[in-house]
Design a protein around this ligand. Structure first.
Ligand code: HEC
Length: 128
Protein backbone atom coordinates (compact mmCIF):
# COMPACT_ATOMS: atom_id res chain seq x y z
CA UNK A 1 0.00 0.00 0.00
CA UNK A 2 2.65 2.55 1.08
CA UNK A 3 4.72 1.84 -2.01
CA UNK A 4 2.15 2.77 -4.65
CA UNK A 5 2.30 6.62 -4.55
CA UNK A 6 6.11 6.52 -4.54
CA UNK A 7 6.12 4.31 -7.62
CA UNK A 8 3.68 6.66 -9.33
CA UNK A 9 5.94 9.58 -8.50
CA UNK A 10 8.99 7.85 -9.93
CA UNK A 11 7.07 7.03 -13.11
CA UNK A 12 5.84 10.62 -13.40
CA UNK A 13 9.36 11.95 -12.85
CA UNK A 14 10.72 9.59 -15.43
CA UNK A 15 8.15 10.77 -17.96
CA UNK A 16 8.94 14.40 -17.21
CA UNK A 17 12.67 13.82 -17.63
CA UNK A 18 12.04 11.98 -20.85
CA UNK A 19 10.13 15.00 -22.13
CA UNK A 20 12.97 17.30 -21.12
CA UNK A 21 15.62 15.25 -22.88
CA UNK A 22 13.43 14.98 -25.98
CA UNK A 23 13.12 18.76 -26.01
CA UNK A 24 16.90 19.13 -25.65
CA UNK A 25 17.46 16.75 -28.53
CA UNK A 26 14.99 18.64 -30.67
CA UNK A 27 16.90 21.88 -30.22
CA UNK A 28 20.32 20.33 -30.84
CA UNK A 29 19.16 18.32 -33.86
CA UNK A 30 18.68 21.27 -36.23
CA UNK A 31 20.82 24.23 -35.23
CA UNK A 32 19.73 27.46 -36.94
CA UNK A 33 22.21 28.90 -39.42
CA UNK A 34 24.86 31.00 -37.72
CA UNK A 35 24.12 29.80 -34.19
CA UNK A 36 27.19 29.06 -32.15
CA UNK A 37 30.80 29.76 -33.06
CA UNK A 38 31.72 30.19 -36.75
CA UNK A 39 33.46 27.40 -38.68
CA UNK A 40 37.26 27.34 -38.34
CA UNK A 41 38.87 29.80 -40.73
CA UNK A 42 35.64 31.72 -41.37
CA UNK A 43 36.80 34.84 -39.56
CA UNK A 44 40.09 35.01 -41.48
CA UNK A 45 38.40 34.33 -44.83
CA UNK A 46 35.82 36.94 -43.94
CA UNK A 47 38.51 39.51 -43.18
CA UNK A 48 40.03 39.04 -46.65
CA UNK A 49 36.63 39.10 -48.37
CA UNK A 50 35.57 42.19 -46.47
CA UNK A 51 38.46 44.10 -48.07
CA UNK A 52 38.36 42.37 -51.47
CA UNK A 53 34.60 42.83 -51.95
CA UNK A 54 34.86 46.48 -51.03
CA UNK A 55 32.89 46.53 -47.77
CA UNK A 56 35.97 47.94 -46.04
CA UNK A 57 35.99 51.01 -48.30
CA UNK A 58 32.84 52.29 -46.66
CA UNK A 59 32.66 50.39 -43.37
CA UNK A 60 36.37 50.56 -42.47
CA UNK A 61 38.96 47.75 -42.44
CA UNK A 62 37.84 46.65 -38.98
CA UNK A 63 34.13 47.22 -39.77
CA UNK A 64 34.43 50.06 -37.30
CA UNK A 65 32.39 52.40 -39.49
CA UNK A 66 32.89 56.00 -40.47
CA UNK A 67 30.68 59.02 -39.91
CA UNK A 68 30.72 59.77 -43.65
CA UNK A 69 30.69 56.48 -45.60
CA UNK A 70 29.05 53.64 -43.66
CA UNK A 71 28.05 52.56 -40.15
CA UNK A 72 29.93 50.22 -37.80
CA UNK A 73 28.83 46.64 -38.51
CA UNK A 74 29.61 44.58 -35.45
CA UNK A 75 29.68 42.87 -33.11
CA UNK A 76 26.02 42.33 -32.39
CA UNK A 77 23.63 44.23 -34.60
CA UNK A 78 21.63 42.37 -37.18
CA UNK A 79 21.18 38.59 -37.08
CA UNK A 80 22.64 36.86 -40.15
CA UNK A 81 19.35 36.61 -42.06
CA UNK A 82 18.71 40.35 -41.84
CA UNK A 83 22.37 41.12 -42.52
CA UNK A 84 22.24 39.06 -45.70
CA UNK A 85 18.93 40.59 -46.77
CA UNK A 86 20.33 44.08 -46.30
CA UNK A 87 23.43 43.37 -48.38
CA UNK A 88 21.26 41.93 -51.19
CA UNK A 89 18.68 44.73 -51.07
CA UNK A 90 19.95 47.81 -49.25
CA UNK A 91 17.34 50.42 -48.48
CA UNK A 92 19.40 53.60 -48.69
CA UNK A 93 22.80 54.55 -50.13
CA UNK A 94 24.66 51.27 -49.96
CA UNK A 95 25.17 49.50 -53.30
CA UNK A 96 23.47 46.06 -53.58
CA UNK A 97 25.49 42.82 -53.78
CA UNK A 98 23.64 39.98 -55.47
CA UNK A 99 24.59 36.38 -54.75
CA UNK A 100 26.34 36.26 -58.13
CA UNK A 101 28.77 38.93 -57.00
CA UNK A 102 29.02 37.64 -53.45
CA UNK A 103 28.07 34.04 -52.64
CA UNK A 104 26.03 33.38 -49.50
CA UNK A 105 28.90 31.27 -48.07
CA UNK A 106 31.30 34.19 -48.53
CA UNK A 107 28.83 36.57 -46.97
CA UNK A 108 28.55 34.17 -44.04
CA UNK A 109 32.36 34.38 -43.60
CA UNK A 110 32.13 38.17 -43.76
CA UNK A 111 29.47 38.00 -41.08
CA UNK A 112 31.74 35.85 -38.91
CA UNK A 113 34.52 38.42 -39.30
CA UNK A 114 32.19 41.30 -38.45
CA UNK A 115 30.89 39.48 -35.37
CA UNK A 116 34.45 38.79 -34.19
CA UNK A 117 35.30 42.50 -34.00
CA UNK A 118 35.87 43.90 -30.53
CA UNK A 119 33.09 45.92 -28.98
CA UNK A 120 33.59 49.66 -29.34
CA UNK A 121 35.30 51.17 -26.33
CA UNK A 122 33.01 53.41 -24.33
CA UNK A 123 34.84 56.59 -23.36
CA UNK A 124 35.41 56.62 -19.61
CA UNK A 125 33.55 59.91 -19.22
CA UNK A 126 30.38 58.43 -20.69
CA UNK A 127 30.36 55.43 -18.40
CA UNK A 128 27.83 55.67 -15.59
C1 HEC B 1 29.73 52.53 -51.10
C2 HEC B 1 29.79 52.34 -49.65
C3 HEC B 1 29.42 50.97 -49.09
C4 HEC B 1 29.91 49.72 -49.44
C5 HEC B 1 30.93 49.39 -50.51
C6 HEC B 1 29.27 48.77 -48.54
N1 HEC B 1 28.42 49.42 -47.69
FE1 HEC B 1 27.25 48.56 -46.28
N2 HEC B 1 26.40 50.34 -45.86
C7 HEC B 1 26.78 51.55 -46.42
C8 HEC B 1 25.93 52.63 -45.90
C9 HEC B 1 26.04 54.11 -46.25
C10 HEC B 1 25.01 52.01 -45.02
C11 HEC B 1 23.89 52.71 -44.21
C12 HEC B 1 22.55 52.43 -44.82
C13 HEC B 1 22.50 52.75 -46.29
O1 HEC B 1 22.77 53.90 -46.68
O2 HEC B 1 22.15 51.85 -47.08
C14 HEC B 1 25.34 50.57 -45.03
C15 HEC B 1 24.68 49.61 -44.27
C16 HEC B 1 25.04 48.29 -44.20
C17 HEC B 1 24.37 47.30 -43.41
C18 HEC B 1 23.16 47.55 -42.52
C19 HEC B 1 23.67 47.90 -41.15
C20 HEC B 1 22.57 48.05 -40.14
O3 HEC B 1 22.87 47.82 -38.96
O4 HEC B 1 21.44 48.39 -40.52
C21 HEC B 1 25.02 46.14 -43.58
C22 HEC B 1 24.70 44.79 -42.93
C23 HEC B 1 26.11 46.38 -44.50
N3 HEC B 1 26.09 47.71 -44.86
C24 HEC B 1 27.01 45.42 -44.91
C25 HEC B 1 27.90 45.60 -45.95
C26 HEC B 1 28.74 44.55 -46.50
C27 HEC B 1 28.81 43.13 -45.97
C28 HEC B 1 29.42 45.09 -47.54
C29 HEC B 1 30.36 44.40 -48.51
C30 HEC B 1 29.81 43.24 -49.17
C31 HEC B 1 29.04 46.50 -47.62
N4 HEC B 1 28.12 46.76 -46.64
C32 HEC B 1 29.52 47.40 -48.56
C33 HEC B 1 27.78 51.76 -47.34
C34 HEC B 1 28.47 50.76 -47.99
Amino acid sequence: MMGTPAVALVVALGAAMGAVSAATQATTAAPPAQAGPPAPGAVERGRVLFVRTGCAQCHGREAQGSPTTGPRLGPGGLPFNSFSRYVRVPRQQMPPYTDRVLAEADLSDIYAFVQSRPKPATPRLLQP
